[in-house]
Design a protein around this ligand. Structure first.
Ligand code: SAM
Length: 243
């Protein structure tokens, strides 16, 4: 049987992490404006709006499987001065066809997409224009993430009110200063297993002609979250001059 994705509720990201990623996206563009930008797993639209403010000449597409997230993103975009440049879609990225992009961003979403890593790599490579860039933040292979994945698989098997309560209690202990609503949002996401690591995705993308041009470890802000690597990949390993 094909694995079914667990679709989470609203995911409001940590604003420091959005700014951290936004800075690196700008740096990777090196002053060149991509006409079209895609955010895969755009969540509540916070990163899209942040990037729209930083890259005034570009148009943006956000795709997310979660209805709750797209509803939150739609409200946020509707109230923004950037609304005419942002389109949203509630779809599975693997089935989503919106043309090609000069920049594709994905913040902690590529590990969750069902389908094989090969299918995902082919789709990403095909959705980029020849000089385009893929900028993503994805869990990497390490003992910490393997342990967390085992715990999440077990939680997923026994999922119910008791496991929801247990996760929320652990989250309150770990993050006593976090608003309770934010912690509740994260409960669904504790059942998401890492379907692929950045290392395996990179190898598959390399088979499709992309190469890594920048990479660094992302800040690890919670024990309940996997450890992520930030990566920039381009066709042929060249930093783009036009897109
Ligand atoms: C951990 S959240 C990250 C959200 C956002 N990128 C951020 O950093 O705040 C992962 C997101 O990926 C979305 N997602 C998972 N599988 C997807 C798929 N196949 N296609 C599109 N979005 C997907 C989820 O619905 C969720 O909003």
């Amino acid at each position: 049987m094909k694995p079914q994705p667990i679709v989470g509720g609203i995911f409001n990201p940590d604003l420091d992490q959005v700014r951290w990623l936004g800075e690196r996206v700008l740096r990777s563009l090196a002053g060149v404006t991509p006409p079209r930008v895609l955010d895969i797993g755009c969540g509540d639209g916070t990163l899209l709006l942040h990037l729209a403010a930083m890259i005034p000449g570009a148009s943006f597409v956000g795709v997310d499987l979660s209805r709750a997230n797209i509803a939150a993103a739609t409200t946020a975009v509707a109230g923004s001065i950037h609304r005419s440049r942002i389109t949203l879609a509630c779809e599975d990225y693997l089935k989503f066809d919106a043309g090609r992009f000069g920049l594709i961003v994905a913040s902690s979403s590529l590990q969750a997409i069902t389908g094989t890593t090969e299918e995902l790599a082919a789709k990403l490579a095909g959705d980029l224009v020849p000089e385009g860039q893929l900028v993503h933040v994805t869990p990497y292979r390490c003992a910490y993430n393997s342990g967390l994945n085992v715990a999440r698989r077990l939680l997923r098997r026994w999922r119910g009110t008791a496991t929801d309560r247990m996760i929320l209690a652990a989250a309150r202990l770990l993050h006593p200063s976090y608003p309770i609503d934010r912690l509740r949002q994260r409960v669904d996401y504790m059942y998401l297993v890492i379907r692929r690591h950045e290392d395996a995705l990179r190898a598959a993308l390399e088979r499709h002609g992309l190469q890594m041009v920048a990479g660094e470890l992302a800040p690890h802000t919670s024990l309940g979250q996997p450890k992520h690597r930030f990566v920039v990949m381009t066709h042929g390993g060249q930093r783009a001059s036009t897109r």
